[in-house]
Design a binder for this molecule. Structure first.
Ligand code: S3P
Length: 432
């Protein structure tokens, strides 16, 4: 499936982006492990989250929905999961695979995790290594999926993560629910803390001191009502689109602004974007706001390395911001981008290059020279965030942009084409 986007236009009005992907996954996982019923509203009904729901159904959990963002889970308690009869297919979702791996390592049964071609290329050793140190038995294909898990008694460890990864942290905390003694994880830089917030919200005790979080077995989770905020990672496409398209004025309602996720707002604001946070409130333990964004000229900057983990999924958008900015932008310390759904440094450099922008790749980032975007063809390499970023690029391009392989947009943002059209993007979906 391709997108064809005519050039020009502006973004205006008020809209709501779908629920946060990270929070949606975690609400399904913890709801399944809780005692009693968990009700989730505004759940992201993206393919990634549907894979997590299917995984728990395969392990004997009764789940009703999702329907119009509503999901009901009859929790089975921490020790109520059943052995899945077939391999669990995580599709395109790294979060599903890594978090489930942590959970399954300490279950009293064997299981298998698999995924699509992109997911089978992604590194799993970062989770397998510390889990093995806890006593897990996991067979990989050279550090990658498919993964075969034996299910073993685990012992708690203290683990200093060499990379800043919320997925690794979350996987180890889930394993720690089943390990003897205490499991502690230290992170080299702050990463999204939805797991910690949600475990606490379900009534499970955690210890958080500085850059370390620790968990012990023996507690229990109590079913909850969870309202999922809008996903700032999905809002990011519109934040940039409205910034680069003249005469835009767009309000994105009910967006999660957890400080471990707002790097994109800080980076775009430093580049000159005009983003106002309005009506700040806390919903279900997560801060939320309405974001108003108006057109503004951008300038190139050096992106501070400390902001990289806080904007890790928004770099396709940030690369496009840099292409539309006056002067040069430098991204450093972002080697993790090479192991996302695609190699996002290489794929953004290729795509922007096709549109006439000068991008110099480095091992851990890029140097992007702002310029004039031409129309042309871009290969998304099956990466949802690359596809949506280049759709927004058309707002500033000299001619139409055709983006191929856009089917995976449904992993994180089902309904992107109609919502983008409603806001003012001249997007057409081509079915080949
Ligand atoms: C996520 C963590 C990040 C992010 C991913 C979602 C999560 O991955 O890129 O889209 O929900 O924990 P890493 O932990 O690999 O940085």
């Amino acid at each position: 499936m391709d997108y064809l986007v005519q050039s020009g236009g502006r973004l205006r009005g008020r809209l709501r982006v779908p629920g946060d992907k990270s929070i949606s996954h975690r609400s399904v996982i913890l709801g399944a492990l809780a005692q009693g019923v968990t009700e989730i509203v505004d759940l992201l009904e993206g393919a990634d989250v549907l894979a997590t729901i299917a995984a728990f159904r395969a392990m004997g959990v009764t789940i009703t929905g999702p329907e119009a963002g509503h999901l009901q889970i009859q929790g089975v308690g921490l020790h109520g999961l059943q052995a899945p009869r077939v391999p669990i297919d995580c599709g395109n979702s790294g979060t599903a695979m890594r978090l489930l791996l942590g959970l399954l390592a300490g279950q009293p049964f064997a299981s298998e995790l698999t995924g699509d071609a992109s997911l089978q290329r992604r590194p799993m050793g970062r989770v397998v290594g510390p889990l093995e140190a806890m006593g897990a038995s996991i067979q990989t294909q050279d550090g990658k999926a498919p993964l075969r898990i034996e299910g073993r008694p685990l012992q708690g460890i203290s683990y200093a993560m060499p990379i800043a990864s919320a997925q690794v942290k979350s996987a180890l905390l889930l394993a720690g629910l089943y390990a003897t003694g205490e499991t502690c994880v230290q992170e080299p830089a702050p990463t999204r803390d939805h797991s910690e917030r949600m475990l606490a919200g379900f009534g499970y005790p955690l210890r958080r001191i500085g850059n370390q979080v620790c968990i012990r077995p023996g507690g229990s989770l109590q079913g909850q009502r969870i309202q999922v905020p809008g996903d700032i990672s999905s809002a990011a496409f519109f934040l940039l689109g409205a910034t680069i398209a003249p005469n835009s004025d767009l309000t994105l309602e009910n967006v999660g602004i957890n400080p471990t996720r707002t790097g994109v707002i800080e980076i775009l604001t430093r580049m000159g974007a005009r983003i106002d946070l309005m009506h700040l409130r806390v919903v279900g333990g997560e801060p939320v706001a309405d974001l108003r964004v108006r057109s503004a000229p951008l300038r190139g900057i050096e992106i501070p390395a400390r902001l990289v983990p806080l904007a890790i999924d928004e770099f396709p958008v940030i690369f496009l911001a840099a292409a539309c900015a006056e002067g040069q932008t430098r991204v450093q310390g972002a080697e993790e981008l090479r192991v996302k759904e695609s190699d996002r440094i290489a794929v953004m450099a290729e795509g922007l290059g096709n549109l006439g922008i000068n991008v110099k790749e480095t091992t851990d980032g890029a140097i992007i020279q702002g310029g004039v975007l031409q129309g042309g063809r871009v290969d998304s390499h099956g990466d949802h965030r690359i596809a949506m970023t280049f759709a927004m690029a058309a707002l500033r391009a000299q001619g139409p942009i055709r983006i191929n392989d856009c089917a995976n947009v449904v992993t994180s943002f089902p309904g992107f084409p109609p919502l983008a059209k409603q806001a003012g993007l001249a997007l057409e979906v081509l079915d080949q």
